[in-house]
Design a protein around this ligand. Structure first.
Ligand SMILES: *Cc1c(COP(=O)(O)O)cnc(C)c1O
Length: 369
């Protein structure tokens, strides 16, 4: 980075919003529970290093990632403390887990057997399947799991499960199955010091379910997956990320003129068109093409027209006043008192905010303000 991050297309991170979300979530923690922020997928597109470093400064010392490489990259950037890898790690990549002092999830029995054979000394947390049926050993496999651990000299330090609905009754059922599983494993002699089940939605809705950690991702970034979830305690969260792009050129089209690939845009009137230097390769969903997405320029909304290109996007700025090359366009965030949110973009693209932000690409520069 040359110190000028706001060149072509970029992300601005609001440090004050991150701190506010952090203290809001910390105030909800049940007794004895600590935050374990999720820095997977480049901290949901925000920038794992910028976010991790800021959280470390705020005293956070345990994190989770999806992959061993994400954990190793954080170590190389000087992030210390515990890093739990939530996802699958190929046996050939376990060297990374061991040498960087990461904690690996044990997703099932056969993985435990492989670990016993190849890498018995790495730090481990056991995943328990309490109903989501993604990763985790099933309750009926726990006796066998404990046996593999003893025989293979595996020493899991913790166990966790993942709650998969916002439904109170089902979350309580999952929590009950989890606590029975933990008791069964402890009875069989496993010294599980840490157990955890909360993530963003459940910390906000059912903090009383407890545990030693709350693995929070989306809420820390000031978002929920869907707008409908932003009532109640989540109303206090502030979005951390803004997405902006530079206007590369402005041109006038006569009525009837076409523009972009396939000439998919047809000017129905004399039209002022701005070319933004951001495209689908930066994570802007191509499904926002042809009027489905909007941007803000000079505090006014302008529709995305034509087909979004890999690196560029056309917007109709006929109604946006005077627009010049070099102006800023806001795709997520605020301009002149107007706001476009990640919810607006997610709804227009038919997806959730998690997908919108986590796909924001490596080409975007990121700056913490
Ligand atoms: C991603 C993830 C989280 C964080 O979820 P949020 O809803 O973003 O808070 C927690 N636990 C597991 C297992 C995950 O995969």
């Amino acid at each position: 980075m040359n110190g000028y991050e706001r060149g072509r297309a970029w992300i601005e991170l609001d440090r004050a919003a991150l701190e506010k979300n952090l203290s809001c979530l910390q105030s909800l923690l049940p007794p004895g529970c600590r935050l374990m922020p999720a820095l997977k997928a480049n901290a949901y597109g925000h920038g794992a290093y910028l976010i991790g470093r800021e959280l470390a400064r705020q005293g956070i010392d345990c994190f989770c990632t999806a992959t061993a490489r994400e954990g190793a990259a954080l170590r190389e950037q000087g992030i210390w403390g515990d890093i739990l890898v939530l996802g699958y790690t190929h046996p050939e990549e376990l060297e990374l887990v061991e040498s960087r002092g990461l904690i690996q999830t044990v997703p099932d029995l056969s993985y435990a057997e492989m670990l016993a054979e190849r890498r018995p000394h790495i730090r481990l947390h056991l995943a328990i399947d309490t109903g989501m049926h993604r990763l985790g050993a099933e309750p009926k496999e726990l006796a066998a799991l404990a046996k593999i651990c003893h025989k293979g000299k595996l020493r899991p330090e913790g166990a966790y499960t993942h709650l998969c609905t916002g439904d109170k009754a089902f979350s309580c059922l999952q929590a009950e199955r989890f606590s029975q599983a933990v008791n069964a494993l402890k009875k069989r002699g496993l010294n599980l010091k840490k157990t955890h089940l909360l993530s963003s939605g459940s910390l906000l809705s059912f903090p009383e379910l407890g545990g030693d950690y709350a693995r929070v991702g989306i809420a820390l970034y000031g978002l929920m997956s869907r707008r409908e979830e932003t009532a109640g305690r989540a109303a206090a969260l502030c979005p951390v990320l803004s997405l902006k792009a530079r206007v590369a050129a402005v041109r006038e089209l006569a009525a009837g003129e076409g523009a972009g690939y396939g000439l998919c845009f047809r000017a129905g009137r004399p039209t002022q068109l701005a070319v933004l230097s951001i495209g689908y390769a930066d994570g802007l969903p191509a499904s926002l093409s042809e009027g489905r997405g909007r941007v803000l320029i000079n505090g006014r909304q302008a529709p995305i027209v034509g087909r979004i290109c890999m690196d560029q996007t056309l917007v109709d700025v006929t109604e946006a006043g005077k627009v010049c090359a070099g102006d800023e366009a806001v795709l997520i965030g605020e301009s002149g008192g107007q706001r476009l949110s990640a919810y607006d973009m997610a709804e227009a693209a038919g997806t959730i905010t998690n997908e919108i932000v986590s796909r924001l690409g490596e080409r975007l520069t990121r700056v913490m303000l």
